[in-house]
Design a protein around this ligand. Structure first.
Ligand code: KG4
Ligand code: ZN
Length: 344
């Protein structure tokens, strides 16, 4: 069998993504195109993603994004050998736009359709950047909707959750803290910027679930967010000016400390020596910096895809679809539903 072209469609949240990859006989995947349209600006004044707005935006963006991906790759739709689409988890209405589009393209082209897991896509995307993953590795997936530690035993084959957030996702905590500090949405980038000007030791914010009795690799960020809110509230009540850079640096330090500590501990507990960090929060400068330090000290290889591939996109779905296709899995039926609560 010769090389195959896989098209990936992503629409689980506020990004409409269409990606194209080339799958070689030996299972290697190569990025050909990655077109993304985001409705993030339309959600900004609400401080979070509004599902109805996201669904409508996918509907208008899907066709043009598809065209752009094809133009960027220099391919025609008829060159596509298989289609992968995010089946879940995500927003129901948003997912349906991608799933319906994928079914239409797969039917028209008479090619197999693969409904894949969004979380697996965040892991598979690293193979586009750094080549094949080892047989076993650990992935720290941190975004606006997820904070998970995943044990990966074959991309596209077996991924097991070994830890998750018991309340807010890491990105959600960034977005909420940004709101407290009157910084724009999404909160990650402005907090990351402000933090560079502040002292990470200025305020001792709590590190949730890091006690010796917290054996499972779970996270908790709502206590941290509440601690920031209380601290800011007290300062404002006392008429003091808020030292925004110090609050950002101290908050960011707490998040990076917990995420990296738990990821290294989980890698050691599961006897793996490769850690992949993905999702929108992976773009965080302190998280990657501290992860680099701690992984080096623990003898763990760290892989962080470039920021553009860490946030939601269609290439990650195409990459996962290619791995699933290569594994010889059966295609999904054309009556495949969208599954907002799809587990890993
Ligand atoms: O993966 P993503 O684009 O979308 C999903 O949530 O699936 O992640 C978006 C999240 C937002 O919460 C945003 O605030 C956060 O990633 N983020 C960051 C940074 N850039 C984006 N968080 C921390 N530091 C950053 N530099
Ligand atoms: Zn995502």
């Amino acid at each position: 069998m010769s090389e195959r072209i896989v098209l990936g469609i992503e629409s689980s949240c506020d990004e409409t993504g269409v990606g194209l990859v080339r799958l070689s006989d030996d299972g290697r995947v190569e990025l050909l195109a990655d077109a993304v349209a985001s409705s993030v600006d339309e959600h900004a004044r609400f401080g979070g993603v509004v599902p109805e707005i996201a669904s409508r935006a996918h509907l208008t963006a899907m066709g043009p994004t598809m065209r752009r991906a094809l133009e960027d790759s220099g391919l025609a739709l008829s060159d596509v050998d298989a289609i992968a689409v995010t089946a879940g988890p995500g927003l129901a209405g948003a997912l349906m736009v991608g799933v319906a589009s994928a079914k239409a393209y797969a039917t028209a082209l008479n090619v197999p359709l693969f409904g894949v897991n969004h979380l697996g896509g965040h892991v598979a995307v690293d193979t586009l950047e750094h080549g094949p993953l080892p047989e076993r590795c650990l992935a720290l997936l941190v975004s606006g909707g997820h904070s998970q530690l995943l044990l990966v035993e074959g991309v596209g084959e077996k991924i097991t959750e070994v830890g998750t957030t018991i309340d807010d996702a890491a990105g959600e905590a960034y977005d909420k803290v940004a709101r407290i500090l009157d910084l724009p949405y999404p909160g990650g980038p402005p907090i990351d910027q402000q933090a560079k000007l502040g002292d990470p030791k200025a305020i001792a914010f709590p590190r949730g679930l890091t006690g010796p009795r917290d054996a499972r690799h779970d996270f908790s960020f709502s206590g941290l967010k509440t601690a920031v809110a209380r601290w800011v509230e007290t300062e404002r009540r006392e008429g003091r000016e808020i030292p925004v850079p110090d609050v950002c640096a101290s908050f960011q330090e707490a998040v990076a400390d917990v995420l990296t500590m738990k990821a290294v501990r989980a890698a050691q507990d599961h006897d793996v020596d490769t850690l992949v960090i993905s999702g929108g929060v992976a773009a965080n400068s302190r998280l990657s910096g501290l992860a680099r330090e701690r992984c080096a000290a623990a003898g763990i290889e760290l892989r962080v895809p470039r920021p553009r591939l860490c946030t939601d996109n269609g290439a990650m779905i195409a990459a996962l679809g290619a791995h699933v296709l290569h594994s010889g899995a059966k295609p999904s039926p054309l009556d495949m539903p969208a599954n907002p609560g799809l587990p890993v």
